[in-house]
Design a protein around this ligand. Structure first.
Ligand SMILES: [Zn+2]
Length: 210
């Protein structure tokens, strides 16, 4: 049991698609979801720039098309990418949002969820600052679990088994969140969340929507 105080509850402001208390950093790398698209999937990613190094603000710059191609040899080939995610959870648990929930962030690329392509259309992307060979921080799991449960309350079509890794929907192309990601820990946290789990208070999230 942790003695740490619980982080403040989340609120989704429908008009803006922003979740508080995430710090909003606007990315241009997004567009409207297709008409009729429902938010049904959470995609968990990991990213670090350069790989295995943390901090420095490079992820934020990549997602806002301001990454300096000359700042590191590895940046030259990625600095022209137009990518984003809805959320980023940094090593210290800090939560950033780049794209309003109702818009399509460009995180999954070529992808396939149970036969359905273009997973960006119907998903929310959450990046963890991390890589394939470092364990993630406890505070990252805590933030991710709370955020996932909140989003599942807001969007009941996100069932517990619709929480997947990038590697699950882009097999052979992507490895993140990688072998160090503790799926049992996240699965335990989201097992009872979401409307499809039949939880009678599955609309409790509504009280946090304004
Ligand atoms: Zn990814």
């Amino acid at each position: 049991m942790s003695a740490a105080p619980a982080p403040p509850p989340f609120t989704l402001v429908r008009a803006t698609g922003r979740v508080t208390p995430a710090a909003f950093v606007e990315s241009p790398n997004c567009d409207p979801r297709p008409p009729g698209a429902r938010i049904e999937v959470l995609v968990i990613h990991a990213i670090s720039l350069p790989s295995g190094r943390y901090g420095g603000g490079h992820i934020e710059r990549l997602f806002t098309n301001r990454l300096d191609a000359g700042a590191h040899p590895a940046f030259a080939e990625i600095s022209q990418l137009k990518v984003s995610s809805h959320f980023l959870i940094k090593r210290d648990g800090a939560l950033l949002q780049f794209v309003p929930i109702h818009l399509r962030a460009w995180h999954a690329g070529a992808s396939n969820f149970r036969g359905r392509r273009r997973v960006n259309d119907f998903s929310i992307g959450i990046e963890l600052e991390g890589c394939d060979h470092d364990p993630f921080e406890a505070v990252q799991y805590e933030r991710l679990s709370a955020l996932a449960r909140f989003l599942m309350d807001c969007y009941p079509a996100i069932r517990p088994d619709h929480v997947v890794g990038h590697s699950d929907i882009a097999a052979g192309r992507k490895t993140d969140p990688g072998p160090c990601f503790d799926w049992r820990r996240l699965r335990a946290a989201v097992a009872a969340a979401g409307g499809a789990a039949g939880r009678p208070d599955s609309l409790t999230g509504a009280s946090h929507i304004r």
